[in-house]
Design a protein around this ligand. Structure first.
Ligand SMILES: [Zn+2]
Length: 288
Protein backbone atom coordinates (compact mmCIF):
# COMPACT_ATOMS: atom_id res chain seq x y z
CA UNK A 1 0.00 0.00 0.00
CA UNK A 2 2.88 2.36 0.68
CA UNK A 3 3.99 2.17 -2.92
CA UNK A 4 0.50 2.98 -4.06
CA UNK A 5 0.37 5.99 -1.77
CA UNK A 6 3.72 7.26 -2.96
CA UNK A 7 2.40 7.37 -6.50
CA UNK A 8 -0.44 9.65 -5.55
CA UNK A 9 0.78 13.00 -6.76
CA UNK A 10 -1.63 15.65 -5.70
CA UNK A 11 -3.03 14.93 -2.34
CA UNK A 12 -3.63 12.30 0.27
CA UNK A 13 -6.21 12.93 2.89
CA UNK A 14 -6.35 10.79 5.97
CA UNK A 15 -8.89 10.59 8.71
CA UNK A 16 -8.39 8.19 11.55
CA UNK A 17 -11.20 7.23 13.83
CA UNK A 18 -10.99 5.30 17.05
CA UNK A 19 -13.10 2.42 15.90
CA UNK A 20 -12.51 2.60 12.21
CA UNK A 21 -10.83 4.23 9.30
CA UNK A 22 -11.82 6.55 6.53
CA UNK A 23 -9.24 7.25 3.91
CA UNK A 24 -9.68 9.47 0.89
CA UNK A 25 -7.32 10.24 -1.94
CA UNK A 26 -7.26 12.53 -4.90
CA UNK A 27 -5.07 11.42 -7.78
CA UNK A 28 -3.89 13.09 -10.95
CA UNK A 29 -7.19 12.46 -12.65
CA UNK A 30 -8.87 14.60 -10.03
CA UNK A 31 -11.17 11.77 -8.98
CA UNK A 32 -11.73 11.53 -5.27
CA UNK A 33 -12.86 8.45 -3.49
CA UNK A 34 -12.18 6.06 -0.67
CA UNK A 35 -9.08 3.93 -0.83
CA UNK A 36 -9.55 0.26 0.03
CA UNK A 37 -9.73 -0.27 3.75
CA UNK A 38 -7.32 -2.71 5.31
CA UNK A 39 -9.91 -4.17 7.60
CA UNK A 40 -13.28 -3.54 9.14
CA UNK A 41 -13.39 -1.17 12.10
CA UNK A 42 -13.69 -4.11 14.44
CA UNK A 43 -10.77 -5.87 12.80
CA UNK A 44 -8.70 -2.74 13.12
CA UNK A 45 -9.66 -2.34 16.73
CA UNK A 46 -8.64 -5.91 17.44
CA UNK A 47 -5.43 -5.38 15.56
CA UNK A 48 -4.57 -2.31 17.58
CA UNK A 49 -5.21 -4.26 20.76
CA UNK A 50 -2.91 -7.02 19.62
CA UNK A 51 -0.17 -4.63 18.55
CA UNK A 52 -0.47 -2.69 21.76
CA UNK A 53 -0.12 -5.80 23.88
CA UNK A 54 2.88 -6.96 21.90
CA UNK A 55 4.66 -3.66 22.19
CA UNK A 56 4.02 -3.45 25.89
CA UNK A 57 5.94 -6.63 26.56
CA UNK A 58 9.20 -5.35 25.15
CA UNK A 59 9.31 -1.82 26.56
CA UNK A 60 12.08 -1.09 29.04
CA UNK A 61 11.14 -0.33 32.63
CA UNK A 62 11.67 3.30 33.63
CA UNK A 63 13.87 4.39 36.50
CA UNK A 64 11.12 6.47 38.07
CA UNK A 65 8.66 4.71 40.31
CA UNK A 66 5.40 6.51 39.51
CA UNK A 67 4.09 4.09 36.94
CA UNK A 68 0.47 4.89 36.30
CA UNK A 69 -1.25 8.17 35.70
CA UNK A 70 -4.78 9.17 34.83
CA UNK A 71 -4.16 11.67 32.05
CA UNK A 72 -6.64 11.64 29.16
CA UNK A 73 -5.24 12.52 25.74
CA UNK A 74 -8.09 13.87 23.64
CA UNK A 75 -7.97 13.59 19.86
CA UNK A 76 -9.87 16.08 17.72
CA UNK A 77 -10.15 15.94 13.95
CA UNK A 78 -12.67 18.37 12.49
CA UNK A 79 -13.93 21.54 14.17
CA UNK A 80 -16.18 23.58 11.90
CA UNK A 81 -19.84 24.39 11.30
CA UNK A 82 -21.80 21.32 10.20
CA UNK A 83 -23.07 21.14 6.64
CA UNK A 84 -26.22 19.35 5.44
CA UNK A 85 -24.14 17.16 3.12
CA UNK A 86 -21.74 15.92 5.80
CA UNK A 87 -21.45 12.15 5.71
CA UNK A 88 -21.99 9.96 8.73
CA UNK A 89 -18.24 9.30 8.79
CA UNK A 90 -17.50 13.02 8.97
CA UNK A 91 -20.16 13.62 11.60
CA UNK A 92 -18.57 10.91 13.74
CA UNK A 93 -15.42 12.99 14.16
CA UNK A 94 -16.65 16.55 13.62
CA UNK A 95 -17.58 19.10 16.24
CA UNK A 96 -19.12 22.48 15.67
CA UNK A 97 -17.15 25.41 17.07
CA UNK A 98 -19.95 25.85 19.63
CA UNK A 99 -19.58 22.28 20.86
CA UNK A 100 -15.80 22.55 20.96
CA UNK A 101 -16.10 25.81 22.92
CA UNK A 102 -18.53 24.18 25.35
CA UNK A 103 -16.10 21.31 25.91
CA UNK A 104 -13.25 23.70 26.64
CA UNK A 105 -15.47 25.63 29.02
CA UNK A 106 -16.46 22.40 30.76
CA UNK A 107 -12.82 21.44 31.28
CA UNK A 108 -12.26 24.71 33.10
CA UNK A 109 -15.41 24.40 35.18
CA UNK A 110 -14.61 20.81 36.12
CA UNK A 111 -11.11 21.76 37.29
CA UNK A 112 -9.05 20.21 34.50
CA UNK A 113 -5.62 21.57 33.65
CA UNK A 114 -4.44 21.36 30.06
CA UNK A 115 -0.82 20.21 29.86
CA UNK A 116 1.70 19.32 27.13
CA UNK A 117 3.04 15.93 26.12
CA UNK A 118 6.34 17.28 27.45
CA UNK A 119 4.80 17.53 30.93
CA UNK A 120 3.71 13.91 30.75
CA UNK A 121 7.16 12.83 29.58
CA UNK A 122 8.83 14.79 32.40
CA UNK A 123 6.50 13.25 34.96
CA UNK A 124 7.48 9.72 34.03
CA UNK A 125 11.16 10.44 33.45
CA UNK A 126 11.97 12.69 36.41
CA UNK A 127 8.90 12.87 38.59
CA UNK A 128 8.22 16.50 37.65
CA UNK A 129 4.89 17.42 39.25
CA UNK A 130 1.67 17.78 37.28
CA UNK A 131 -1.31 19.97 38.15
CA UNK A 132 -4.52 18.36 39.42
CA UNK A 133 -6.69 16.69 36.76
CA UNK A 134 -4.23 17.05 33.89
CA UNK A 135 -5.43 16.55 30.33
CA UNK A 136 -3.81 16.81 26.88
CA UNK A 137 -5.53 18.18 23.78
CA UNK A 138 -4.42 17.02 20.34
CA UNK A 139 -5.56 17.60 16.77
CA UNK A 140 -4.93 15.22 13.92
CA UNK A 141 -4.15 15.43 10.23
CA UNK A 142 -3.63 19.19 9.91
CA UNK A 143 -7.03 20.28 8.65
CA UNK A 144 -7.18 24.03 8.07
CA UNK A 145 -10.54 24.18 9.86
CA UNK A 146 -8.65 23.52 13.07
CA UNK A 147 -6.83 26.80 12.59
CA UNK A 148 -9.94 28.74 11.62
CA UNK A 149 -12.29 27.47 14.32
CA UNK A 150 -10.49 25.66 17.14
CA UNK A 151 -7.39 27.81 17.43
CA UNK A 152 -9.25 31.03 18.42
CA UNK A 153 -11.16 29.12 21.10
CA UNK A 154 -7.98 27.55 22.47
CA UNK A 155 -6.42 31.00 22.67
CA UNK A 156 -9.48 32.41 24.41
CA UNK A 157 -9.11 29.81 27.15
CA UNK A 158 -5.33 30.02 27.29
CA UNK A 159 -5.13 26.32 26.42
CA UNK A 160 -2.41 24.69 24.41
CA UNK A 161 -2.72 21.74 22.08
CA UNK A 162 -0.53 19.56 19.90
CA UNK A 163 -1.30 19.52 16.18
CA UNK A 164 -0.16 16.27 14.53
CA UNK A 165 0.40 16.94 10.84
CA UNK A 166 1.50 14.74 7.94
CA UNK A 167 3.91 16.68 5.83
CA UNK A 168 2.69 15.76 2.32
CA UNK A 169 -0.56 17.59 3.04
CA UNK A 170 0.89 20.84 4.34
CA UNK A 171 -0.07 23.78 2.16
CA UNK A 172 -2.62 21.85 0.11
CA UNK A 173 -6.21 22.94 -0.11
CA UNK A 174 -8.08 22.19 3.10
CA UNK A 175 -4.88 21.71 5.10
CA UNK A 176 -2.74 23.93 7.29
CA UNK A 177 -0.04 25.95 5.55
CA UNK A 178 3.51 26.37 6.80
CA UNK A 179 2.62 29.94 7.74
CA UNK A 180 -0.34 28.74 9.82
CA UNK A 181 1.86 26.16 11.54
CA UNK A 182 4.27 28.96 12.45
CA UNK A 183 1.39 31.01 13.84
CA UNK A 184 0.29 28.06 15.96
CA UNK A 185 3.82 27.72 17.33
CA UNK A 186 4.05 31.44 18.04
CA UNK A 187 0.88 31.16 20.12
CA UNK A 188 2.35 28.40 22.26
CA UNK A 189 0.88 25.41 20.44
CA UNK A 190 2.98 22.33 19.70
CA UNK A 191 3.44 20.68 16.32
CA UNK A 192 3.73 16.90 16.32
CA UNK A 193 4.68 14.49 13.55
CA UNK A 194 2.11 12.26 11.87
CA UNK A 195 4.39 10.92 9.09
CA UNK A 196 4.78 12.08 5.52
CA UNK A 197 1.84 10.40 3.79
CA UNK A 198 -0.35 9.04 6.60
CA UNK A 199 0.12 5.36 5.74
CA UNK A 200 -0.44 2.22 7.76
CA UNK A 201 3.13 2.00 9.01
CA UNK A 202 2.61 -1.68 9.80
CA UNK A 203 2.01 -2.35 6.11
CA UNK A 204 5.36 -0.95 4.96
CA UNK A 205 8.06 -3.52 4.32
CA UNK A 206 10.81 -1.23 3.03
CA UNK A 207 12.95 0.08 5.89
CA UNK A 208 13.93 3.07 3.75
CA UNK A 209 10.32 4.06 3.17
CA UNK A 210 9.50 3.51 6.83
CA UNK A 211 12.42 5.64 7.98
CA UNK A 212 11.41 8.40 5.58
CA UNK A 213 7.86 8.37 6.96
CA UNK A 214 9.10 8.55 10.55
CA UNK A 215 12.35 10.51 10.39
CA UNK A 216 12.11 12.32 7.04
CA UNK A 217 8.91 14.06 8.08
CA UNK A 218 10.49 15.08 11.40
CA UNK A 219 13.52 16.54 9.66
CA UNK A 220 11.33 18.46 7.23
CA UNK A 221 9.15 19.92 9.99
CA UNK A 222 12.20 20.91 12.00
CA UNK A 223 13.86 22.54 9.01
CA UNK A 224 10.75 24.48 8.02
CA UNK A 225 9.62 25.47 11.50
CA UNK A 226 12.93 25.88 13.31
CA UNK A 227 11.84 23.90 16.36
CA UNK A 228 12.47 20.44 17.69
CA UNK A 229 9.64 18.00 16.91
CA UNK A 230 9.38 15.69 19.90
CA UNK A 231 6.03 13.93 19.63
CA UNK A 232 4.80 11.38 17.11
CA UNK A 233 1.32 9.97 16.46
CA UNK A 234 0.96 6.67 14.58
CA UNK A 235 -1.53 7.02 11.69
CA UNK A 236 -4.62 4.91 12.42
CA UNK A 237 -3.02 4.01 15.76
CA UNK A 238 -1.22 1.16 13.96
CA UNK A 239 2.28 0.21 15.07
CA UNK A 240 4.48 -2.62 16.29
CA UNK A 241 7.72 -2.95 18.22
CA UNK A 242 9.90 -2.45 15.12
CA UNK A 243 8.11 0.81 14.36
CA UNK A 244 8.40 1.92 17.97
CA UNK A 245 12.14 1.27 17.82
CA UNK A 246 12.43 3.52 14.77
CA UNK A 247 10.38 6.24 16.46
CA UNK A 248 12.76 6.16 19.42
CA UNK A 249 15.80 6.08 17.12
CA UNK A 250 14.51 9.16 15.29
CA UNK A 251 14.64 11.02 18.59
CA UNK A 252 11.00 11.42 19.53
CA UNK A 253 10.32 11.71 23.25
CA UNK A 254 6.93 9.97 23.08
CA UNK A 255 4.33 8.64 20.67
CA UNK A 256 0.56 8.59 20.80
CA UNK A 257 -0.64 5.09 20.19
CA UNK A 258 -3.85 3.23 20.85
CA UNK A 259 -7.29 4.49 21.66
CA UNK A 260 -8.34 2.63 24.75
CA UNK A 261 -8.22 4.66 27.91
CA UNK A 262 -7.20 7.83 29.65
CA UNK A 263 -4.62 6.03 31.76
CA UNK A 264 -0.93 6.32 30.97
CA UNK A 265 1.82 3.94 32.03
CA UNK A 266 5.45 4.84 32.59
CA UNK A 267 6.85 2.11 30.34
CA UNK A 268 4.53 3.05 27.50
CA UNK A 269 5.79 6.46 26.44
CA UNK A 270 5.82 5.16 22.86
CA UNK A 271 2.28 3.90 22.94
CA UNK A 272 0.45 6.51 24.93
CA UNK A 273 -3.25 5.86 25.14
CA UNK A 274 -5.64 8.39 23.63
CA UNK A 275 -9.36 8.78 22.99
CA UNK A 276 -11.42 10.54 20.36
CA UNK A 277 -13.09 13.58 21.89
CA UNK A 278 -16.85 13.06 22.24
CA UNK A 279 -18.71 15.05 19.59
CA UNK A 280 -21.52 16.26 21.83
CA UNK A 281 -21.27 18.24 25.03
CA UNK A 282 -23.53 15.78 26.84
CA UNK A 283 -21.24 12.84 26.02
CA UNK A 284 -18.20 14.90 26.92
CA UNK A 285 -19.53 15.84 30.34
CA UNK A 286 -20.52 12.26 31.01
CA UNK A 287 -17.04 11.04 30.12
CA UNK A 288 -15.19 13.63 32.22
ZN1 LIG B 1 -4.42 10.75 11.25
Amino acid sequence: MQIHIRTIVLLVLGLSVASGVIFFAKDQSGISGPLPLQGTPLENQARYAELSTTSQQTSAAPAFSVEKLNLPILVYHIVRPSYPGDSRAVRAIALTPETFGAEMKYLRTAGYHVVHFGDLEAYFKTGAPLPPKPIILSFDDGWSDQFAYAFPILKAYGYTATFFVFTNAIGHRGFLSWNELRQLLAAGMTIGDHTRSHPYLTGISSSTVLWNEIDGSKKLLEKQLGVSINEFAYPFGAYNTAIQTLVKKAGYASARGDYFSGEQTANRLYDLSAMNAPTTTALFEKKF
